[in-house]
Structures are given as C-alpha cells and as structure tokens.
Design a protein around this ligand. Structure first.
Ligand code: HEC
Ligand SMILES: [Cu+2]
Length: 347
C-alpha cells in the first residue's frame, strides 16, 4: 500500500500534536503531575466503586429474589465511614495542593527576573539587559526564572503547559510566575483566557538554552541599552530628577536605596517597596504619600507606557548606594533635544 508523503507528514504531525500529555520540562512539572495523577486515580477508584456497587446491588436485590422491599432505618457506622474516608481524601488533596501552590507561586530569592507585557494579541518580553522579544522568550536551563507580568489592555493569562506554569496577566497590576527549565528545547506559550478576536493567535515559543548558549544569545540580541539605562533617560526626560535630584534641598525624596526598604507613609502605615509599589507610586502618587513630604508629585497616569514604567522601575531598583540622578541631571541636556522619548505612550 502506498501512502502519499503529504498524507504521511500530516499523520505524523497530527499524532505529535494530539499527544495525550505535555512534556515535563520544568522542576515543578513532576510535582504538579503527581497531584494530578493522584486526583485521576481517586476519581477512577470512585467510579469503579460506585459502578460496581450499583451493578452488584441491582443483581442481588432484583425483584425475583426480593419481591417485597425491606426497609432499613440507617446505620451510623456506615454513614460515618462514607463521610470520614472521603473527608480524609479531600483533606489530603487540600494540604497537598496548598503546599504545591506555595511552591509554584513563591519564587526563590535568587531567581532572575524577566518582564512580560501582554497585549491584544501578543506577548512582549523585556530582559533586564535590554533584550526585547515578541511572542518569544529565551531562558537558561537550570536556573530559576521569575516573570513579572502585566497587561496593557484586557485580562490575559500566561501559560507554558510543558512547565506547568499559568497565571493571570492583569491590567494595572504586576503578577508573577517562576519556573526552572530542565531540558533545552522549545515549548509553547499560550494565552489561556479569551481576550478578543485574535485570542487564538496570542501564542509564542519559549526557548530553553544551556547556560553557555543563553549567554551567547544575550550578547547577540542586546539592543545596546539595559532597561535601567532606558529608565535613566526617561527619568531625565520626564523631569523626575527636578524633584528627585538626591540633593537635600530637593522637593522629592532621595530614591537611593528605596527599593526593598520599608517606607513610612503619611498616614502612619508602613509599606514594603517592591516592583508593584514603585509602579503605583509613579501612577498614583496621592494614594500613598511618603511621610514628611507634601503631596506635590503629579500623576503620570496615561503618560508612560507599561514598557516605560518597567524601565523606570528597573532604574529606581539600581539606585542602591550611589545616587546617579545628579549625573543624569548633567547628562540629560543632550537627551532633551531628542524628538521622541523611548517608553512614552504613543497616541
Ligand atoms: C513635582 C515634584 C516631583 C516630580 C516631578 C516627581 N516626583 Fe516622585 N515624589 C515627589 C514627592 C514630593 C514624593 C513623596 C510624596 C509622595 O509619596 O507623593 C515622591 C515620591 C516618589 C516615589 C515613592 C518613593 C518615595 O521615596 O517616596 C517614587 C518611586 C517616585 N516619586 C518616583 C518618581 C518618578 C519616576 C518621577 C518621574 C516620572 C517622579 N517621581 C516625579 C515629587 C516628585
Ligand atoms: Cu490574551
């Protein structure tokens, strides 16, 4: 029998695509699958048990053998048994699931961070070194990678099935996932929340590389400017440094070392300054005024793109001990002449 090569290729492709199970390509995948298979096993046991009892009782108590029904008034022992055993199973699933949840959603502190911006209908990745990607994500294997994600428009959901990773990507708020890839290769990225006409095309590819190949990739695809460097320019061109100059006479607080610190607010409460807080401090300054300062910082809502905000956040993160704004002040004169500012919202 002869099969046309086209048909054969189609068949092979179809068999691959309809593989019953995604690959296990992250450290977390086997753990997620273990719980999944446990649930599957419990379900199968339940179905067989109930099915067998149903069938058995129908045969045992059929009309020819028992023409007159016997009334049974209940059995405490029986009822306690079928309450306690399932309760025990559900509690096991609950504790197991909760432990796994914490493991999946709490990134290790040494994780490297990559930003992901979702929009109708694409995924944009921003590496700290300034590498930009669209519908693609390069990561090293054997190293925890955290994604800090945000949507520029509607709700999306970021999923890498082979890594057992999935999380909502929401406008106005950073969400995170993390994973550690175990095998070099390419893996699908999906948007798993219906987000409009071309939702089905909101897909991409993760490329997991060996550390050496990843190193090579970062060098080859650099745009020349890191996110923090872009942020530094933006900081100058948007006039942030007029208030945050770092000098004692400045109207705004010194931002050096603010990232990761506990900030005292005017209302008396304390906040931990993380990525999300920095973003919010730029967009909604009046919501949480720092103690000892007048609420004079203008809102930048609608004036900076999500990418621009990421740049600013990365820049403020780098202001650890030596305050570089002074330097920005002196170098910004030449930038001011630039016709367009990277990261500004385009109309
Ligand atoms: C008109 C002066 C002014 C300008 C311009 C200004 N800020 Fe502020 N900023 C302040 C003041 C005052 C505070 C403290 C009071 C508050 O929280 O609103 C502050 C607070 C902040 C904070 C919170 C952290 C802290 O230490 O209080 C961040 C982050 C920040 N500014 C970043 C920026 C960025 C980025 C820009 C430019 C896009 C900017 N600011 C522009 C005056 C300003
Ligand atoms: Cu989407």
């Amino acid at each position: 029998m002869h099969i046309s090569p086209v048909l054969w290729q189609f068949l092979v492709k179809w068999l691959n695509a309809s593989a019953l199970f995604p690959r296990e390509a992250s450290t977390i995948a086997p753990y997620a699958d273990a719980l999944y298979f446990f649930l599957l096993l419990m379900t199968v046991v339940g179905v067989i048990l109930v099915g067998a009892l149903l069938f058995g009782f129908s045969v045992m108590y059929r009309k020819e053998k028992h023409p007159v029904a016997t009334q049974i008034e209940g059995s405490t022992l029986l009822e306690a048994t079928w309450t306690i055993i399932p309760l025990g199973i559900f509690l096991v699933v609950f504790v197991w699931g909760a432990l796994l949840y914490f493991r999946i959603y709490n990134p290790p502190t040494n994780a490297m961070n990559i930003y992901v911006v979702g929009k109708q209908w694409m995924w944009k990745a921003e590496h700290p070194g300034g590498q930009h990607e669209i519908n693609a994500l390069h990561v090293p294997i054997g190293k925890p990678v955290q994604l800090t994600m945000i949507s520029q428009d509607v709700f999306h959901s970021f999923s890498i099935p082979d890594f057992r990773v999935k999380r909502e990507v929401i406008p106005g708020r950073y969400t995170t996932v993390w994973f550690q890839a175990t095998e070099p290769g390419t893996y699908h990225i999906f948007c798993t929340q219906y987000c409009g006409t071309n939702h089905s095309q909101m897909i991409g590819e993760v490329t997991a590389l060996s550390p050496e190949d990843y190193q090579k990739w970062t060098q080859e695809s650099t745009s020349g400017m890191s996110l923090a460097q872009n942020g530094e320019r933006l900081f100058a061109s948007m006039g942030c440094n007029s208030c945050h100059s770092g000098s004692a006479a400045a109207r705004g607080p010194n931002l050096a070392g603010v990232y990761g610190s506990k900030l005292q607010l005017a209302g008396g409460s304390e906040v931990l300054v993380n990525d999300a807080y920095l973003r919010d401090a730029i967009l909604n300054p009046s919501q949480h005024v720092t103690a000892g300062y007048a609420p004079i910082m203008p809102t930048y809502q609608g004036q900076i793109s999500e990418e621009g905000l990421i740049d600013l956040v990365e820049y403020v993160k780098t202001l650890q001990t030596n305050y570089r704004v002074q330097q920005t002040l002196t170098t910004s004169q030449s930038d001011q002449a630039a016709p367009t500012t990277p990261g500004m919202v385009k109309p």
